[in-house]
Design a protein around this ligand. Sequence first.
Ligand SMILES: CC(=O)SCCNC(=O)CCNC(=O)[C@H](O)C(C)(C)COP(=O)(O)OP(=O)(O)OC[C@H]1O[C@@H](n2cnc3c(N)ncnc32)[C@H](O)[C@@H]1OP(=O)(O)O
Length: 159
Amino acid sequence: MLRRPAAAARRSQCSMSHAPKDILTRGQERGSHGRQQDEGVLVIRTIAMPADTNPSGDIFGGWLMSQMDLAAGNMAGRVSQGRCATVSVEALQFLRPVKVGDEVTLYATLRKVGRTSMRIHVDAWGRPRYSDKAAKVTDADFVFVALDEEGNARPVFDT
Ligand SMILES: CC(=O)SCCNC(=O)CCNC(=O)[C@H](O)C(C)(C)COP(=O)(O)OP(=O)(O)OC[C@H]1O[C@@H](n2cnc3c(N)ncnc32)[C@H](O)[C@@H]1OP(=O)(O)O
């Protein structure tokens, strides 16, 4: 009987000292599964191959966009813990060309969590195969919506 008030007091102290986390922080915790670096969470590292080139021998912008979509989708899936779809891609910039053999690294950063949507910034960096100097080649903001089994928007967080 004496234990109950003490336990209740402990719970009350606990809830006073730890304010509920905002949904962006909760999402970032779920999404930071890779190596966190200044550019974001390292989600994908791959090599640009001859099959991904245009007739001039440069890497297709569409290949890079699909890698960025995969990277953002990977984070969106982890954050919302389920199926997601891209609804928009904003401010996409191609800053430098990517050449065959370049190492391409995709970093994702969760910028915003709405009710059903997540805004994820993706930076792509390229490193020439025999160089130790990497440079940012592309960046963009992706908006993903969490989907239920019927393909309708669902809340990112259940509670
Ligand atoms: C066509 C393709 O195959 S593209 C590749 C894959 N993508 C797809 O298939 C997605 C196709 N689109 C869809 O199925 C629908 O748009 C859905 C299910 C994703 C959303 O449909 P709706 O129920 O009409 O969405 P609704 O208008 O309520 O918006 C849902 C959320 O997305 C946001 N949103 C919708 N469109 C955009 C947009 N263009 N830019 C930014 N945010 C957007 C809304 O603000 C809302 O966010 P919130 O809940 O966090 O406030």
